[in-house]
Design a protein around this ligand. Structure first.
Ligand SMILES: Cc1cc2nc3c(=O)[nH]c(=O)nc-3n(C[C@H](O)[C@H](O)[C@H](O)COP(=O)(O)O)c2cc1C
Length: 205
């Protein structure tokens, strides 16, 4: 039984009121890898985020790899591929997201857009942070993603680590982030956790 159920709730009110997460139940945060190409660097970036996030102990963080779900191109099949249902189920069980975003032609990858389009309600009233990379930190791709998230009622937080292909990767392929990104990442995670907890109360109404 939840510690705040029943009598305690009557006396103290709703423990999640005001957006603060006061129950012991940890939030589930998915670290979504936005690229699927062979030789991609996104798994290295995702593991860096997860390593720092796990040390906080404030949520269950997991890597969510779009490639694993083997989604078809939206609308080209009858929609019965098991990966489509599994993708929606995975998203439904998450309270918030950290998108690992790489810039392809000044935008997000086609794979990420396709995966985003494959769900609707499972995105709604959740929070997200963005970690992006590219020649200019992936900033243009990240801004495109923000517009998409608005349509899906995903609240994207302000703080946004931007990684450079020139100074945070060796030979554009081995991820070696500069120390300065850590503080930004931690602040971004603070914001994702705060908003994910707040929005969870909205979904429970
Ligand atoms: C099709 C394609 C288009 C790209 N366009 C851009 C771009 O517009 N701006 C940029 O900064 N990097 C661009 N890049 C470089 C990628 O950001 C870089 O290769 C990055 O490592 C891709 O992420 P991934 O390794 O996780 O797939 C492009 C790469 C590809 C494959």
């Amino acid at each position: 039984m939840a510690p705040w159920s029943g009598y305690a709730k009557k006396i103290f009110g709703n423990p999640t009121k005001g957006g603060r997460q006061l129950t012991n139940e940890k939030l589930n945060i998915g670290i979504v890898l936005g690229s699927t190409r062979q030789g991609r660097v996104s798994p290295q970036v995702g593991e860096w985020v997860k390593g720092i996030a796990d040390k906080r102990g404030d949520a269950n963080y997991e890597i969510v790899d779009i490639a694993y779900f083997q989604l078809p191109f939206l609308g080209t099949t009858d929609g019965t591929e098991p990966g489509i249902a599994a993708w929606n189920e995975k998203l439904a069980n998450l309270d918030g997201f950290v998108f690992i975003v790489q810039e392809y032609n000044h935008s997000i990858t086609g794979a990420l857009k396709n995966a985003i389009d494959f769900a609707r309600e499972a995105w709604n009233n959740k929070a997200a942070g963005i970690v992006s990379y590219g020649s200019t930190g992936g900033a243009r791709a990240a801004e495109h993603l923000r517009g998409i998230l608005g349509e899906l009622m995903v609240a994207d937080v302000r703080t946004h680590p931007t990684l450079s292909l020139f100074t945070d990767f060796e030979n554009f392929s081995v991820f070696k982030p500069q120390d300065l990104h850590q503080d930004n990442l931690k602040l971004m995670l603070d914001q994702v956790i705060a908003w994910s907890g707040a929005l969870k109360t909205l979904r429970q109404k």
